[in-house]
Design a protein around this ligand. Sequence first.
Ligand code: FNR
Length: 347
Amino acid sequence: MLAELRTQARNRVPPEVWDYYEAGSGDEITVGEAEESWRSYRLRPRVLNDVSVVDLSVDLLGTRVASPFLVAPMAFHALAHPDGECATVRGAGSAGSLAVLSTRSSRTIEDVVAAATGPWWFQAYLMRDRGLTEALVQRAAAAGATAIVLTVDTPYVGRKNKVGGVRFAVPDDVYLVNLAQHLLPGAVGRDSAEQDPSMTPDVIARLADVGGLPVLVKGVLRGDEAVRCLEAGAAGVIVSGHGGRQLDRVVPSALALPEVVQAVAGRAPVLADGGIRSGLDALVALALGASAVLVGRPVLWALAAGGADAVETVLRTLADDLRHVLAVAGGRSFGDLDPGMVVPRHG
Ligand code: FNR
C-alpha cells in the first residue's frame, strides 16, 4: 500500500519538492537504515490470551487517542496539497490520530485549528528571536494544542545534497506564514526565524511555563540525554533522528529506543519515529517500550496523492495492520506488550 502511494505522490509533486521530502543529510546512511532497523527485531509472541477484542487506544499526557500512529511534524505541507496542513489535520482527526503541527507549517495555526477534528500538538523550534517562539507557543496553547514538542536536534539545519545544501527555496509567504502577525512589516527576516544554536535545557521549563502545557523533547537518541531532558522539566521524549535529515550516521531510532526506555524507567512517555511503515514496525516499537510512534513521509505521500481522505486512509490502514499483528502476537492491548516480546535478529 505504501509503495503505491509513494509512486502516486512522486508523480504528482514537482521533482524539487519530491527531493525535499525524500532528502536525508550527508550520504543518507541514516535514512537508508531507518526502516531496516525496525525489521531487524524478531518477535516472541504470546499465546492463549483471548484476543477476540483488541484495543489500540493510548493515553498520551492526558490526551486519549484511538490509535498510536501520530503524524510527525513536517514543514510546508502546502507543497504537497493546496489545503496543506488543514487537510492533514482533517485526515488525522478522522482516523482517530493526533497530528503534530510544525513551526514551519504553511497554514496558520488558526486556519489549521478551524479544520482540526481531533487533538493536536504544536512543534516548536527555538528561533534566534526567542520571542517569536514564545509567541507561537502561546498562540498554539490558546488555540487548543494539548502539548508542545520541542525539537532539539536542529541547532543548525542538516546539509542535504539532494536539495543543494541546507535551504530549500520556499517562498517567504509559505516560510513565514505563522510569524507575520507578530512583526512589523519588514521586521522579520528568515534569519530571526532560524534555529538558535545556543539552546540549553532551561528552554524546556521556560516553554512549559509560557504555554502552560507539557513539553515533549524530540530528537533524543541517548538514555543520559533523555534523563537530562526530564530533569529540566520535559514531560516526555521522542526518540528520533529527524528522519535522517539532521546528523547522518546517527544510531537508528529502533536501536536507541531500548536505552532511552530503560533510562526513563517509566517516569514519562517515550515516543519514537523514523522509518515506521507498518503495523509490525509499530508493534516492535511499542514492545520495546514506546507509548506511540510518529509517521513522517508516508503522510506527505498520502497528502500529495489524495489530500485529507488519503491521509485518513493511510493512518487507518496502519492502525488496522497493527490491530491484526497485535492480536496474532497474542496482545489485546499495549499493556500486554513488554520488551521480552522482541529480540534482536541475531540475539
Ligand atoms: C521533517 N521533520 C521535521 N521535524 C520537526 O521537528 N520539525 C519540522 O519542521 C520537520 N520538518 C520535516 C520536513 C520533512 C519534509 C520531513 C520528511 C521531515 C522530521 C519528522 O518530524 C520526523 O522526525 C521524520 O520524518 C520521521 O521519519 P519518517 O517517518 O519520515 O521516516
